[in-house]
Design a protein. Structure first.
Length: 197
């Protein structure tokens, strides 16, 4: 039972890794952007909150911005937002495009975290009214997303393959000691060959 679960988990991890690798390859050909916009114009402050999730040029990015609109009344704020939403409706939208070269971080501010291609930053975002608004951005390279599920899956597969070949060769599954002369319990590490099967 436990063994079957492990096999299933290993297979799932490998599939996840392969699917992510396919998205990685695709990201160099097609940029994908999932965008959610919501606005609040009933009371001050009038705020547009945008969330972006994008797959582009070898990485996955997440952006969240909160633009405060400098309107003076709810009616004026609504006008602002209507202008903004002329190009696309509020709520979730998905669009595909030629890769834009994301997820390069276009920030003048130093990122808060920048290791192994993972970048987390707070940067100014050109938003409504020609002003810069604070933006949170996180970027993860595809190679890391492919490797994360692949490494434990490959380690488990290798371990399993090694146990099998050792069992078949009459060796201890734990340490590889030759048990043909002393079947049952391994004199080297004390582990029973049958117990580990
Ligand atoms: Zn042993």
């Amino acid at each position: 039972m436990r063994r079957n679960l492990l096999t299933l988990l290993t297979a799932l991890l490998l599939l996840t890794s392969i699917a992510t690798a396919a998205l990685w390859v695709r990201s160099h050909r097609v940029g994908e952007l999932l965008m959610h916009d919501a606005f609040k114009s009933d009371a001050l402050p009038y705020v547009l909150t945008s969330t972006w999730l994008y797959l582009d040029s070898g990485g996955v990015g997440f952006i969240r911005t909160r633009s405060v609109c400098s309107a003076n009344s709810p009616a004026e704020a609504r006008e602002w937002f209507e202008l903004y939403f002329r190009d696309h409706p509020p709520g979730w939208t998905r669009n595909r495009h030629d890769p834009w070269g994301y997820p390069k971080v276009n920030s003048t501010a130093a990122p808060a975290f920048d290791h192994l291609g993972v970048v987390v930053s707070r940067e100014p975002w050109p938003g409504m009214g020609g002003q810069n608004h604070p933006c949170f951005r996180a970027v993860v390279p595809f190679w890391l997303l492919v490797a994360l599920p692949a490494v434990p899956a490959l380690v488990a597969a290798r371990r399993r393959w090694r146990s099998r070949t050792r069992l078949r060769a009459g060796r201890c599954v734990a340490c590889g000691y030759d048990l043909r002369a002393t079947p049952g319990r391994c004199p080297e590490c004390g582990k029973g060959v049958l117990a580990s099967r």
